[in-house]
Design a protein around this ligand. Sequence first.
Ligand SMILES: NC(=O)c1ccc[n+]([C@@H]2O[C@H](COP(=O)([O-])OP(=O)(O)OC[C@H]3O[C@@H](n4cnc5c(N)ncnc54)[C@H](OP(=O)(O)O)[C@@H]3O)[C@@H](O)[C@H]2O)c1
Length: 335
Amino acid sequence: MSTTNRQVRLAARPVGEPRPTDWQHVEEPVGEPGDGEFLVRVLCLSIDPAMRGWMNAGRSYIRPVEIGEVMRAGAVGRVVASHHPGFAVGDHVSGSFGVQEYCVSNGLGVTKVDPGAAPLPTYLGTLGMSGLTAYFGLIDIGRPEPGQTVVVSGAAGAVGSVVGQIAKILGCRVVGIAGGADKCRMIVEEFGFDAAIDYQSEDVRKALREHAPNGVDVYFDNVGGEILDAVLLCLARGARIVVCGAISQYNSTKPQGPANYLSLLVNRATMTGMVVFDYADRYGEGIAKMAAWRAEGRLKSLEDVVSGSVDDFPDTLMRLFRGENRGKLVLKIAD
Ligand SMILES: NC(=O)c1ccc[n+]([C@@H]2O[C@H](COP(=O)([O-])OP(=O)(O)OC[C@H]3O[C@@H](n4cnc5c(N)ncnc54)[C@H](OP(=O)(O)O)[C@@H]3O)[C@@H](O)[C@H]2O)c1
């Protein structure tokens, strides 16, 4: 085992797109777990659009990462030393271990995962936060009914690809919005969506009129901006918009709000924000459901695994904003 722990810390709060100078790459001695603690060798890091928000100062649903602090990141790893009765050497675990090679944990917020049941990156995707976000956002806030039309943006990504598949399992018509012909082909042919709209080459509003002729009953929004505005003009009466994220705005210094919001009034529609952490006491329910669908072959997991070291984190994060990932983006830093 190495005696040094390589880490990526936040060096500055970015203005606009994060730059290499916003990060500090450091090494410190590997921590010693005390009583009731264990040491995790981090193996795979979850790369999330939300990380961009955590770099900002100011009030949010979670406290900002402080300047000089190890960057927050969900991860899976293996216990390599333990003085904790609930976690033994060799256990595989999932938790918020940060962008570093080793993490000392007291077990709070840490769950055991079984690498025999699913590959480790899947516990960051479909069987992790991305899947839970899709599950609770769609079912609790979207409340789709069989036969209704569900539209999801970021449809070839970690959350979006699961939203579309769950909506299909629930008997809905599903239209995905994604960037590029390849991603659009993938969500229809591999994930079973009914139709796809390539926002980079199509007029989203016109395409929605074609693919959702009776209007959109549920819109699961991952991107915000112009796409949200286009969908707002195509709502069915009583539509529900799930505000899950707005990646198109995360690097903007002046975020663009929805101009067409009066469509909510006309269509007696609602737009509701959701944060997955609010469902912590129901995670077990969501994971059990998705694991069962996965075992039955009804829910496919797609992980986009980049192999490297913690030093590759800053560039890997930017892949999300360049649309370079398909499914859940994971940085694998050790076997
Ligand atoms: N509320 C919560 O509790 C919660 C929890 C987890 C995630 N989220 C949110 O869910 C959303 C999806 O997260 P994810 O982890 O599944 O990421 P993801 O969809 O796997 O990756 C991000 C994707 O966003 C798309 N994108 C990037 N820039 C864009 C732009 N300017 N306009 C339109 N699309 C753009 C890209 O796909 P294309 O190539 O298709 O453009 C990219 O692949 C994010 O907004 C995230 O913040 C919310």
